[in-house]
Each structure stands twice: as structure tokens, then as C-alpha cells.
Ligand binder design. Structure first.
Ligand code: NAD
Length: 222
């Protein structure tokens, strides 16, 4: 297993605990993601499972509090990072005859998140990407799914935790979130958004089908 993070000290410590290798990678950099993926493949002689989990809160809104740099950073980590990660992994997974990709989106990728609209936008984009790639990559034996948890007990909640606790919002434990990712990696599904709500089993989120177009005479197009 190869663990990658921009936080070198923290990443190395976790990798050591897990008996994994560590490679520093900024997922917002196309060159770094491509080089790191190639290095990971080389270290272990192949790539089978890819977990694209890096993510950040935006730290600004889009009204008076808009900060173009913070916006670009959030889009680069949360969306570009996943696009670059899947792009870099596909050839390596094909060389193994298939594999699995899980990208962490969020419940904010399935519903509105007024506390961080830009985060909601890039997480919706990750869900759209995964749903679109599922059928495209199926013939190569590559499964790709999104993990969409509600609030989970991690550092990203700094600044939100007190408000959530005051509102009585249950927070998902990291052990539960971790087990859910393993479940998705094992699942035969592809192109799906897996929702994890506190206290509930992990579930495939079912989207409503969109109404199809009508002909000029008002008949459904077949
Ligand atoms: N905790 C929650 O409530 C929650 C809910 C839904 C989704 N998520 C998502 O879960 C994922 C993991 O976040 P978390 O909750 O563990 O938060 P976290 O802040 O504990 O972890 C995020 C990790 O991403 C790394 N990272 C940040 N920018 C990076 C970059 N440019 N390149 C490489 N690594 C980078 C950080 O160093 C950190 O280790 C994120 O995608 C987040 O959006 C979290």
C-alpha cells in the first residue's frame, strides 16, 4: 500500500503505523499526481485499488466573502485532484486487467451545503464524474464509485463541530467511515454514489431518473 498526502510528517506517521510506503503528493498538481501514480505502480509492481480522498473546506463563500485564491484552491484539490487521480490511474489499472477507484465526495455532493457552497459545487462535480465514468470504464474491468458521507469526526470539521454539536447533529466515527470505504472497494457496483449517514447502513443513493424528451406531437421519444 502507498499512502500519499501533502502533509509529509502526518502522512509518514500514518504510513508507518499501517506498514505502508509514503509518497508526498499535492493532488492539485497534474505533474505530481502522474509522477506519484507511476512511482506507486513501480514500487509494488502494479496498481489495483485507488482511494482518492484528499479534500479541503473552502474557507469562503461567493458573496462579499469571496476569495478567488481560496476558491481556486478548493476546486483544485477537491475536483482537479480527483480528475487527475482517475486519469493517472486508468492506464495502470488497465495493465492489471481492471481494478477499483473510490473518490470521496460528500453528502454535500448530493444535497445543498449552505455553509460552503463552493464545496458543495465541487463535490457534486465529483459525483457527476463518477456516475459518468462508471459505464465508460466498465468494459476495462475498472469500477469507479463515490463515497458520500455526512459529517465525520475529522480535522475538516474545525470551526463547524461546535455548531453541529449544539444543533444535536450526530457525527460519524472515523472507524465507521473507514469500514464503509472498504465495503465500497469490495462492492461489485460501479458509477454509484454511496451515502453514509450517521446511524444508518451505507447505501447506494438512488437518483430519480430525469423525464425524457417529447416529440413535437407530445409523445415520449423511444
Ligand atoms: N469529515 C467530514 O465531515 C467529511 C464529510 C464528507 C466528506 N468529507 C471528505 O472526506 C475527505 C477526507 O477529509 P477528512 O474529513 O478526513 O479531513 P482531513 O482534513 O482530516 O483530511 C484531509 C486530508 O487531505 C490532505 N490534503 C489536503 N490538501 C491536499 C493536497 N493538495 N494534496 C494531497 N493531500 C491533501 C490533508 O493533508 C489531509 O490529510 C475529503 O475529501 C473531505 O472533503 C469529509
Amino acid at each position: 500500500m502507498v499512502l500519499c498526502d501533502i502533509d509529509e510528517a502526518g502522512g509518514r506517521a500514518v504510513a508507518e503505523e499501517l506498514g505502508a510506503s509514503f509518497l508526498r503528493c499535492d493532488v492539485s498538481s497534474y505533474d505530481e499526481v502522474v509522477a506519484t501514480t507511476a512511482a506507486a505502480e513501480q514500487v509494488h509492481g502494479g496498481l489495483d485499488l485507488v482511494f482518492l480522498n484528499a479534500g479541503v473546506a473552502t474557507g469562503c463563500g461567493v458573496a462579499d466573502d469571496f476569495d478567488p485564491l481560496a476558491y481556486r484552491r478548493a476546486m483544485a484539490v477537491n475536483l482537479d485532484g480527483v480528475v487527475f487521480g482517475v486519469h493517472a490511474a486508468i492506464p495502470a489499472l488497465r495493465r492489471r486487467g481492471g481494478g477499483t477507484v473510490v473518490a470521496t465526495a460528500s453528502m454535500a455532493g448530493l444535497t445543498s451545503a449552505p455553509f460552503d457552497p463552493v464545496y458543495s459545487a465541487n463535490k457534486h462535480a465529483v459525483v457527476g464524474l463518477v456516475r459518468s465514468l462508471g459505464p465508460v470504464l466498465r468494459p476495462s474491468g475498472i469500477r469507479v464509485n463515490a463515497f458520500c458521507p455526512g459529517f465525520a469526526e475529522t480535522a475538516i470539521l474545525t470551526g463547524l463541530r461546535e455548531m453541529l454539536l449544539a444543533a444535536g447533529t450526530p457525527i460519524i466515527g472515523v472507524d465507521v467511515a473507514g469500514r464503509s470505504v472498504l465495503q465500497i472497494l469490495d462492492s461489485p457496483e460501479t458509477g454509484q454514489a454511496f451515502l453514509l449517514q450517521a446511524g444508518r447502513e451505507l447505501m447506494v443513493y438512488r437518483f430519480r431518473g430525469i423525464p425524457g424528451p417529447l416529440t413535437e406531437s407530445g409523445e415520449p421519444v423511444r
